[in-house]
Write a protein that binds this ligand. Sequence first.
Ligand SMILES: [Zn+2]
Length: 85
Amino acid sequence: MALDGNAIGGLLLEVFAADMTSALATCATCGAVRPVAETTVYLRAPGTVVRCRTCTSVLMVISRVRGLNCVDLTGLLALQAEANK
Ligand SMILES: [Zn+2]
């Protein structure tokens, strides 16, 4: 079942120590820029997989290894937190 980025707000807060749901994610594949809250999220893949809603490319993979969150951001060209926060 696909969720949206709001579903991993708590997880992202743990990883980035900031509310990232309003951050702007730029897809490295198609260049689409959207708030993280509007991405497509799959929780049942190995780890948490965040995909671009425009082209379905993988943007982020967050997996838990021995109690640590391992974050793969290679699908992101940029991840920009809101400047006014
Ligand atoms: Zn894309």
